[in-house]
Design a protein around this ligand. Structure first.
Ligand code: M6R
Length: 359
């Protein structure tokens, strides 16, 4: 039931702070991640992780790679399910496969699971929002997202829940492996701060609506740019925008613009920069400057602490590795309002189904 909300998508965006708290309540005990012991042993023993997903779940996997490499120091590869299903990969001894799927029914991901089980004979884990789904049943391990039913075709709270669970799993492994970053992160504190930061963003919807009105009402195309985790979020924010507003939106690695993409910039092209990582903030700012001088309408999303005069959307700071959980909410709302403005059905975009059970 969407209650007083005009669309499920807006309800699901608003629920994200509560989902963070639910995940914190279920998977954290005394500031320690709490998962099945056999699962954590398999993940810790793995010398290589593969994360498999499609669409938004693939994008959550891109963030997951950085989390597992930083917090657990486990080399991780992220693969698009529909491609990997028919590739001839060289699967190392010691590999483990993680499947990210909101629905747990995505045929492309299942096809990889079948090969992982029968051909490569590796341990598998499905992280899903639907307890008894096909991928949950067929994998060796299953972890549920606790996001609650997601009805809108555009995935929002499942993406942030996937990242939250990845943070906890990576920390669990990293602590066993004695990795400093995993030992130092105060999970309770970070989850509380993240929930609060998301709340600040959803409470500032009006500002995002106004920016969408000024920049996305008529445009044919739009770009999101960022580096590192911000690039990962740029991909997700642009998928959201194209999927429901039908604006031709693309996410680019900010540093790649000058290697070709910048040719697309015309007077008035909206370019949204995401800046939440200190190490790359200045570089992304110069890339925004380059598109500005070619006539783009630049909008930036900057975390507090890195913000400067003239920045448009300032979002609260949490640990940098958790910033995707906050910055993506801006992208979700931007897509939502752009779609309203353009008069389309937010929850049921044309040509799309909630779960894609054919390859
Ligand atoms: O249920 P899944 O997470 O496996 O679905 C994967 C994609 O089909 C899904 O994320 C899709 O990209 C969304 N509609 C994006 O909002």
């Amino acid at each position: 039931d969407k209650g007083a909300y005009p669309y499920y998508m807006l309800k699901e965006i608003d629920e994200q702070p509560a989902v963070m708290r639910r995940i914190q309540g279920k998977y954290l005990d005394n500031n320690e991640p709490k998962f099945d012991a056999k699962l954590i042993k398999q993940l810790t023993d793995a010398t290589k992780l593969y994360i498999v997903g499609a669409g938004t779940s693939y994008h959550a996997g891109l963030v997951g790679k950085k989390l597992f490499e930083k917090l657990a120091k486990t080399p991780t590869e992220v693969v698009v399910a529909s491609e990997f299903a028919y590739d001839d990969p060289i699967i190392e001894d010691g590999a483990m496969f993680i499947f990210l799927s909101q629905s747990g029914e995505t045929a492309d991901s299942r096809q990889v699971l079948v090969r992982a089980t029968n051909e490569w004979k590796v341990p598998t884990l499905t992280i899903t929002n639907v307890d008894n789904s096909t991928l949950a049943r067929e994998a060796d391990n299953a972890v549920t997202l606790e996001a609650g039913p997601e009805i809108a075709v555009a995935s929002t709270k499942a993406y942030t829940a996937q990242i939250a669970v990845e943070v906890l799993l990576a920390t669990a492994v990293g602590r066993i492996k004695d990795i400093t970053a995993a030992k130092e992160i105060d999970l309770n504190e970070q989850f509380s701060q993240t929930a609060n930061a998301m709340q600040v963003v959803v409470d500032e919807k009006d500002q995002i609506q106004k920016i969408a009105e000024d920049n996305l009402a008529k445009t044919r195309n739009a770009f999101y740019i960022g580096r590192g985790l911000d690039y990962n979020v740029a991909l997700e924010a642009s998928l959201k925008l194209k999927e429901i507003s039908y604006i031709q939106a693309e996410g680019f690695a900010a540093g790649e613009l000058k290697h070709g993409t910048i040719a697309l910039i015309e007077k008035g092209t909206p370019v949204i920069g995401i800046i939440t990582q200190a190490a790359t903030a200045d570089n992304t700012r110069s890339n925004l400057q380059e598109v500005l001088s070619r006539g783009a309408n630049v909008i930036n999303i900057v975390r507090e602490g890195l913000a400067k005069d003239g920045d448009q959307i300032i979002i609260p700071s949490v640990d940098e590795i958790m910033m995707p959980l906050v910055s993506v909410v801006v992208g979700q709302l931007m897509a939502y309002y752009a779609t309203l403005l353009r008069g389309y059905n937010v929850d049921q975009p044309r040509n799309l189904a909630k779960s894609v059970t054919v390859e």
